[in-house]
Write a protein that binds this ligand. Structure first.
Ligand code: DP6
Length: 329
């Protein structure tokens, strides 16, 4: 009863920002992301026959408190699913998880970690592979993780059911669809962000007067984005992604207390993007709930864009392209 899974993180082009159900992690709106290869997190789950406390080790350290609780809650759901499928309920679990990208990459690893955990835990429990069930499970660890079970371009369908069974990540185009696309993560700030995504989005939903407009707009933007990705239109995808990032952050600025994830260096990279475009370089930015921008560009302009990131204070630049599905071993 042991399995290992490896998953890539993802960057949203239309962001998920706000839950309609905190417990099940159901979003107010759909979102759309691309997985970031070659970065990955590998997670091994081993279930034992005996009962007892689960042991969770992340990047070589025993997980505690909230971090451990989130993993344990996913394991609990797997045991329940195994029992419902008529299998012997798995006992205590040993979980080890490690990312191959340093925290210095400026990227959250939780999406990849929970996608890998969901797949490894289901396989270890003897459940058959089922990408939808895996995505629904990953979502309950961290929302954006439901978009990392499959590679390439994945849409998280909002869904309408109260039980969340129709709220999952669905691959629209696989990793091979757009091999020329590059996503450059620039680490402009090493500071730990003050407000975690989970708390920031909760506060935005509760207090930003712009929140309903955000949710409505994002749903429409997801629909607009699909044909642009289909025809690999970098300019149109870049423009839409950039304005969606501005809109998410504008909604967060208007919360009480206001939420600002940007650092001066972040803004300087964003402005440099605009200047580069005027010089004929195809580059657009997106920004999650943190200070480190991700730049969308093509293989042709990759080196030039990396140099601009470095010139604006990025301590490291991680060069990515669309990554594949979760791999089980
Ligand atoms: C800004 O998925 O980390 O990166 O569901 O509370 O675990 P929880 O939040 P999380 O939030 C991600 C927010 C985002 C946008 C996105 O990835 O879509």
């Amino acid at each position: 009863m042991k399995a290992t899974a490896r998953a890539h993180p993802n960057i949203a082009l239309v962001k998920y920002w706000g839950k309609r159900d905190e417990r099940l992690i159901l979003p107010h709106q759909s979102s759309l992301s691309v997985t970031l290869g070659p970065l990955s997190v590998t997670t091994t789950v081993e279930f034992h026959a005996q009962r007892g406390d689960d042991v969770v080790q992340i990047n070589g350290t025993l997980a505690r408190d909230g971090e451990r609780a989130r993993v344990v809650s996913v394991l609990k759901l797997v045991r329940r699913e195994a029992r419902a499928a008529g299998r012997r309920a798995p006992g205590l679990a040993h979980v080890t998880s490690a990312g191959d990208f340093p925290a210095a990459a400026g990227l959250a690893s939780s999406a990849a970690a929970f996608a890998a955990l969901a797949v490894a835990a289901r396989v270890a429990a003897g459940l058959p592979r089922d990408v939808r069930a895996e995505s629904v499970l990953a979502r309950q660890g961290s929302g954006s993780a439901c978009r990392s079970v499959q590679g390439g371009f994945v849409r998280w369908n909002r869904g309408a059911r109260a039980d969340g069974r129709d709220s999952y990540g669905e691959q629209l185009f696989d990793a091979g669809h757009w091999p020329d696309l590059r996503l450059l993560v620039g680490m402009v700030s090493r500071e730990e962000k003050e407000v975690k995504s989970r708390d920031g989005m909760r506060n935005t939903v509760a207090t930003s007067p712009y929140y309903p407009a955000w949710a409505k707009d994002a749903e429409v933007e997801v629909k607009r984005l699909v044909p642009l990705i289909r025809r690999r239109d970098l300019e149109a995808v870049g423009e839409l992604s950039e304005r969606n990032a501005w809109r998410m952050h504008a909604t967060a600025f208007a919360a009480r207390p206001p939420l600002c994830y940007l650092k001066p260096e972040t803004l300087s990279v964003m402005q440099a993007c605009g200047r580069l475009r005027k010089q004929g370089v195809g580059v657009w930015f997106t920004l999650d709930a943190g200070p480190n921008p991700v730049l969308l560009t093509s293989a042709r302009d990759e080196a030039r864009v990396a140099a601009v990131l470095e010139g604006h204070g990025a301590a490291s630049v991680v060069r990515c392209s669309p990554g594949g599905d979760v791999v089980v071993s």
